[in-house]
Design a binder for this molecule. Sequence first.
Ligand code: G6P
Length: 607
Amino acid sequence: MCGIVGFAMEENVTEHLIKGLEKLEYRGYDSAGIAVEKDGEISAVKTAGRISALKEKLKYENVSSHVGIAHTRWATHGEPNEKNAHPILSENKKIAVVHNGIIENADEIKKELISMGVEFETDTDTEVISQLLMINYDGSLLSAVIKTVKKLKGAFAFAAVCSDSPGEIAAARYLSPLTAVKFNSGAGIASDISALGEYSDEFIYLDDSEIAVINSDEVKIYSFSGEEKEKTPQRADADLNSDGRDGYEHFMLKEIYEQPEAVKKTIDAYYKNGEINFGFDEKFIEKLKNSDRVYFTACGSAYHAGAAAELFFEKILKIPCRAVIASEMRYSFTPLDKKTLVIAISQSGETADTLASLKNAKESGCATLSIVNVKDSYIAKTGESVIYTRAGREIAVATTKGYTTQLTALYMLGIYLAKIKNSAPDKELGEYENELFSLADMIKSTVSLSGYISRRAPFTAFEKDVFFIGRGVDFTCALEGSLKLKEITYIHSECLPAGELKHGTISLIERGTKVFAVAMNKRLADKTANGINEIKARGAYVICFTTEKLRDKFPLADEVVILEETNEFFAPAVTAPALQLWAYYSARTKGCDIDKPKNLAKSVTVE
Ligand code: G6P
């Protein structure tokens, strides 16, 4: 989603700001802009569309300065046009603001300011911040920020420059990430440390209700009430400079290939001395033992991981388990109590809906557990306990290794819970555990089909509508395959349980309609075959993902992609990379912007 970067340096900051924005591109955005303070004036250059368009514009503008802020915006309030792109200026043009998050009481503040005679220019909620800073400015940008944050409700991280406070940037954080850094020739601020990675490997992570004021000599941190705070810079967990594509054409392809290693790392992290061990404390283990219901709450692919786990958990825990889309769960009447275990799944750890439904669960007294990839992210910190997946940094907007490592962590958690609850025979759990150790190799074997899939996927790249089907846990994997294809190729795709097609959707099947069938499940293979036969009778062209042993069950399939055989619950982890590759090579054939699909954001920090 939106990205903030700002620098105060001894040299001109323009190039640094653009470089910073480029590091934030992966989060998804639809407009961009920069503003600098120089000689008592603010100059801003903004554009709809990509950073390349902003760079083009900057060639014709003289925007050089020692202090500036920049932004990539993913539109929430108002169209993604030049006017609404950040930085947003105050009416007197002395203050410029870049902002992530949503100001929930923006309309209220706007009305109040209009009644005071302030004129608004944009459709953004951010403009209330720049106008409030203008009204509250009394010679100190810090005190203007302190007064302004008192009025704001919602989630925000913002940074501001003011032409009357030369050389400095003030920034504030509440429920939206912000990091500051001091380095030899200056200081910087950003919503995502990847924009600051080349300046230092130690960062000051702001907490909620903190303000940073930076100039080229120092970084100072204050509370919202204005007391100065001592904060020690911390070393970044990831190697921020190793986010290159390493020779791969796209981050997505690189990340697909990284899956065997990421899955192995996730297993190794929690498999100690022959036991699965998440390091939970005794109190939490007691709560897990007593839980009599499980909800998985998540969005997008993380929800699909939860949906896959739902079936596995029910099989071995023998209690009701349900995956619920977080944006629905947060407003549902789902009964939650202290015997309910709520598991929030999120790659980024920032997704607003997932965070909200996790918070609801916590307030209702449930046992709460986060499965997250990004260390110390909001969702990681909000759950009572956390399991970190070991996917490493994921740059492509469409998740791949994020999803398979979530599945891996969930498989391990299921086995662990069944053991402490004593809810399944040791023999059965032992078999799952053994298969866990083959998972990375099976995924490797799927990834090795890349060449084959690269030759087959172009065949479906220019379809308008396609369908995905599957049964049981295969259906959840089909959902993920369908989402992947939609996200990066813009092909309309619908996914149904194979047995449900005949209740309506089959009316859309015509001669040549492409249907992807995920058919890895031995137990349900005959049933899936029935679904395939029904659509073949209407002329569909079926591409079937199955195992060597099951292929004879699907003689009518037009194409068969053979994958390694595993138990029915782990099949999504083995199958998903094939579907990801199919989506990838289709998108590549069409020339789509694979790593940054239109309208999508890597982490969705707004509702
Ligand atoms: C966005 C991304 C999806 C992702 C979903 C949930 O929509 O584009 O790829 O699955 O958010 O993200 P999370 O970070 O919570 O896993």
